[in-house]
Design a protein around this ligand. Structure first.
Ligand code: G
Ligand code: MN
Length: 256
């Protein structure tokens, strides 16, 4: 944890950005911010390895706040550069969701960067929502009131309870990559994807498939009217500079 404190102070933490595509128009509609820790020389550590380590410490708030600040800041830059409807999505941990600090911090970050609240999406995993449903509900409702969008992450891997889908103010369902990734291979995954998409649509919620790696998978999602897609088929997570370059290429038609 002390290594991480050091990293936070010395630019050892960085965000990379994975574009999210409109499945119909194939335009980039948003970007998910993903945390990376550059430890030592060439070592890159993903959040699944270090977030659990710091969740029991105060550091989780510093890291969480930093992610939101950085994500809002970069998104505002993209807006100012002309991509003014681009959405930015950031991941929220269980501990953060549990605290009133989160709401205050999100409000501050939006105000400081002058970012339109409706362009910020916060991703929360299913299992986190379930841990303390009452407290989570309050925080999410407050976030909703200030105009922020809520995405439920890794959907289909935990309880997938219809009850909380109804109770929580959710705007986007992100279908877990393990499911979308299997649609070509097994019929069950394909059926699950189809079901989640129609569930989302019946609830008036946006459906997003993660982990799209092949053209076949994408064609299936397209046929099933999935709203958005994200995955290696389009792009892996990239630096903010590379993302900007990608947006420019798309605009000028250099890239199909
Ligand atoms: O839990 P969450 O859905 O936020 O995790 C996103 C992670 O999935 C990132 O670390 C990202 O690098 C990874 N990822 C993104 N696209 C793909 C993909 O197409 N295939 C696989 N296997 N992983 C992906
Ligand atoms: Mn996510």
């Amino acid at each position: 944890a002390s290594d991480l404190r050091e990293a936070l102070r010395n630019d050892g933490l960085a965000l990379v950005y994975q574009p999210i595509f409109d499945a119909m128009t194939r335009e980039i509609v948003g970007v998910e911010a993903l945390l990376r820790w550059h430890r030592g020389n060439d070592e890159q550590i993903g959040p699944e390895e270090f977030i659990p380590v710091i969740e029991s410490t105060e550091l989780i708030h510093d890291v969480g706040s930093w992610v939101i600040d950085e994500a809002c800041h970069i998104c505002k830059q993209w807006h100012d550069a002309g991509y003014d409807s681009l959405l930015i999505s950031a991941n929220i941990s269980a501990i953060e969701l549990d605290q009133s600090q989160l709401l205050n911090h999100v409000e501050c970050a939006l105000e400081e960067t002058d970012l339109y609240p409706g362009t910020l999406e916060l991703e929360i995993t299913e299992s986190v929502l379930m841990q303390d449903a009452e407290a989570s509900l309050k925080t999410l409702q407050a976030l909703k009131e200030i105009g922020v969008k809520i995405a439920i992450d890794d959907f289909g891997t935990a309880y997938s309870s219809l009850n909380y889908l109804k109770r929580f103010p959710i705007d986007i369902i992100k279908i877990d990559k393990s499911i979308a990734n299997n649609v070509g291979q097994d019929l069950n995954s394909a059926t699950i994807v189809t079901t989640i998409i129609s569930l989302a649509h019946n609830l008036g919620v946006t459906s997003l498939a993660e982990g799209v790696e092949s053209k076949e998978q994408f064609d299936f999602l397209h046929d099933e009217k999935c709203d958005r897609a994200q995955g290696y088929l389009f792009s892996k997570p990239i630096s903010s500079e590379d993302l900007f370059y990608l947006l420019e290429q798309k605009k000028t038609g250099t890239l199909a």
